[in-house]
Design a protein around this ligand. Structure first.
Ligand code: PEP
Ligand code: MG
Length: 750
């Protein structure tokens, strides 16, 4: 880059900054800016398009196109060259625009006379804001230098927009972080909450994108990068020595030392950006690439780079936790993603959690569920939009978030919360009543748990026991494998808290989506069907043996109940059972007190086990259907994949027939059968499962009240008839018939 272009670029940025510092409404400023850019770059046209909504770009200011087209010309995302720049988040530079595929001529603008076109995205750390375009009559591509210069200008515009420079009387764009925004995501945990935003990682605001003294900025950047490298080295020296963790940190260090990254930022500074604006410009590019890279490994590395940029920005701006922001009294945590340990650290004080990423089965979701905190996942770009302290409503039932809601929305939402509270009161009144249907059939309702924090719910919910204790959570929230003595103490406390009620401990269920931070991650083409759960336990029995010993010691003479996850064939159950009983024998030889009795069951999570030999059903002390997994394998529909996971109804006739088959097989041998997947906690699904013959359901504690309430209102025998008739009629799902039956009051509902 020549000295001259550097100086030109700096001069333009300074003029931009001065323009923005002048008084004036947003529209006036935009007009002056387009004039300034066109003049400085020697182009006939300069236009600014801004997003009106997620899908629509509007021409908001122009120098050179017809003035009457401003605020009239609109394009959809992906439409024409401008729409393509926005969608692909990268520049388009062409010497002959009309001949480019996708070109769309907009007659009202009078642009037909301009051949060359250069459009660059206006974006701020991955947040799309608009497109900046220059055009000229003369055919010919713009030089690399010109593209770069325009990108730098677009970066400054994005920062200015973020600071609210274009709002005002003209309302060229809506005020950032001021208006109401709704995010439609997915349900991670049901429930409704109202509160104020608490950002897990507060956003950094760059207030000085343009700098006068590149030398001083370079020094600031170098100093900050030096500090960053030291902090990464420090992380490495304090790492646990675990190979995987070290590998990740080393990759991190490699980025921190990357010449390419530094060089680009130095060039940005040469063009007139401040050090922090240069970091942010490169971060925006990384984020844009993140959205387009399908390879998980590369994405992970880009995430590292993104994290490093955040750290660097904090060092440069001094912004972060130390700014002393106070956590609101009713915090709703907003984050891109969060680990289970971090979420537990926040604990029950959170009113709700909203994540941009996350998955239904992620560890964070499991923790949110056990803490009964409403959780919405996949909430768009909420971390770019929300500010600490913003009012927020979280609707975990619908997977919807209202940020800075209008009063009408907020008051309707409060009504909903009040209604839910009322219903909870009603359910609390049923706490000590049995779940008996109108004909006197009793269904035992148990709860699912996984953390000590769950145990108080045992008394509060009226559950008769813990039908599924997910032991992997104790492993997931730590950074090292827990010790046997630690586990024995935890399991012992769980049994103490249960006060003699039955607790079914499920042995470690890891792999698939549940990856331990300290476990060597194996790249598997299809982890849900890969090396997981009992398969890991049998191939590497060390941890399973240790866990068995901890459970036996924790029981300390009390009855002990365990079950194995993901048993796909009889032999696996036999092997696991023998392994467990061998530990009982070992403990006996070592002189430990043995459990009064040991019950050993299997989870039925793969269709194959339903067809196991009769000997399996005879040997198993009980069987528990893990409906979450069973359903995904029955329909071959990934439970984590939002695209397909809702496609198949749990009340699908084929699935209910399959449940019926399992009930029949267990009945032949008198093997107790329960159901512990999420469907057990959904009232309509729960009564249908009960009608199919399940006599024990295990669910999250908050579901016990609603499920019991509905069971007590219906006649399960009648419901069975409704299900059978609907099934015989050839329908795909019995849901409409069941809902009809409930609605007409036949089911006992008003
Ligand atoms: C299930 O698969 O239904 C189950 C209860 O286990 P998890 O959700 O932990 O896989
Ligand atoms: Mg499972």
């Amino acid at each position: 880059m020549s000295e001259r272009t550097e100086t030109d670029s700096r001069r333009l940025l300074r003029r931009l900054r001065d323009t923005l510092a002048e008084r004036g409404a947003g529209q006036e400023r935009l007009d002056r800016i387009t004039h300034l850019i066109a003049d400085s770059m020697g182009c006939e046209v300069c236009s600014i398009y801004l997003f009106r909504d997620d899908e629509t770009l509007e021409l908001c200011a122009t120098e050179g196109l017809k003035a009457e087209s401003v605020h009239q010309t609109r394009l959809r995302l992906g439409e024409g060259l401008v729409g393509r720049v926005a969608r692909e988040a990268r520049p388009i530079n062409t010497g002959d625009a009309p001949s480019v595929r996708g070109f769309r001529y907009m007659p009202e603008t009078g642009e037909e006379i301009y051949s060359s076109f250069l459009g660059v995205p206006i974006q701020r750390v991955g947040e799309r804001m608009g497109v900046l375009v220059v055009q000229s009559r003369e055919a010919g591509e713009y030089s690399e230098d010109e593209v770069y210069a325009l990108e730098v200008v677009a970066m400054v515009l994005a920062e200015m927009a973020e600071l609210g420079a274009f709002i005002g009387e003209g309302e060229a764009m809506a005020a950032p972080h001021k208006h109401a925004v709704m995010f439609r995501g997915g349900t991670g945990q049901e429930g409704a909450a109202e509160g104020h935003v608490w950002l897990h990682e507060p956003r950094v605001v760059v207030t000085n994108p343009v700098a006068d003294d590149p030398k001083a900025e370079l020094e600031r950047l170098q100093e900050a990068v030096g500090e960053l490298r030291l902090s990464v080295d420090d992380l490495l020296s304090h790492s646990t020595g675990d190979m995987e963790q070290t590998k990740v940190l080393e990759a991190y260090r490699m980025f921190a030392n990357s010449r390419g990254w530094m060089k680009r930022m130095e060039e940005d500074i040469g063009r007139g950006l401040s050090a922090e604006a240069a970091v942010e410009k490169e971060q925006s590019l990384t984020r844009a690439r993140l959205g387009q890279v399908p390879d998980p490994y590369l994405r992970e590395r880009l995430h590292d780079l993104d994290d490093l940029s955040n750290r660097l920005l904090r060092i440069l701006t001094g912004q972060g936790r130390e700014t002393g922001a106070e956590m609101p009294e009713d915090p709703v945590l907003v984050a891109r993603n969060i680990g289970p340990g971090e979420l537990l650290d926040y604990g029950r004080k959170l009113k709700g959690v909203v994540l941009e990423e996350g998955a239904v089965g992620s560890h964070a979701a499991v923790v949110a569920r056990s803490l009964a905190i409403p959780l919405v996942i996949h909430a768009g770009r909420i971390t770019s939009e929300a500010l600490n302290g913003d009012p927020i409503l979280v609707d975990g039932d619908q997977g919807v978030v209202h940020l800075r809601p209008e009063e009408t929305v907020a008051s309707a939402f409060r009504d909903k919360i009040a209604m839910q509270a009322k219903a909870q009161e009603r359910y609390a009144g049923l706490r000590d009543q049995p779940a008996v249907d109108r004909a006197g059939t009793e269904i035992k309702l148990h709860m699912n748990a996984g953390l000590m924090a769950d145990l108080p719910s045992l008394a509060g919910s009226g559950a008769e026991g813990v039908g599924l204790f997910r032991t992997e959570l104790q492993f997931l929230i730590r950074s090292n494998v827990p010790k046997r003595s630690e586990l024995a103490a935890i399991y012992g406390r769980v049994m103490d808290a249960a006060q003699g009620k039955r607790v079914v401990f499920r042995t470690l269920d890891i792999g698939s989506d549940k990856v331990l931070p300290y476990m060597k991650a194996t790249e598997e083409p299809n982890p849900a069907m890969g090396w997981r759960a009992l398969r890991v336990g049998l191939d590497k029995p060390g941890v399973m043996k240790m866990q068995a010993q901890a459970l036996i010691r924790a029981a300390n003479g009390r009855p002990l109940t365990v079950m194995f996850p993901f048993v796909a064939q009889f032999e696996e159950f036999v092997e696991a059972r023998e392994l467990f009983l061998a530990q009982v024998e070992r403990e006996r030889q070592m002189g430990h007190v043995l459990p009064e009795k040991v019950e050993i069951g299997a989870m039925l999570e793969t269709p194959s086990l339903a067809f196991a030999p009769q000997q399996f059903f005879e040997l198993a002390d009980f069987v528990s259907i893990g409906g979450n997994d069973l359903k995904q394998f029955f329909f071959a529909a990934d439970r984590e994949n939002e695209r397909v996971r809702r496609r198949y109804d749990a009340l699908n006739c084929s699935y209910l027939r399959f449940i019926d088959l399992i009930v029949g097989r267990c009945a032949e041998t008198g093997t107790p059968l329960s159901f512990c997947g999420e469907d057990a906690g959904r009232p309509v699904e729960a009564i249908c499962l009960a009608a199919m013959g399940l006599r024990m359901l295990s669910m999250r504690p908050a579901s016990i009240g609603p499920v019991k309430h509905l069971i007590r209102r219906v006649d399960l025998g009648e419901l069975r008839q409704v299900i059978d008739e609907a099934g015989a009629s050839g329908c795909q799902t019995v849901r409409p018939a069941v809902m009809d039956w409930l609605a007409t009051g036949v089911g006992g509902q008003a």
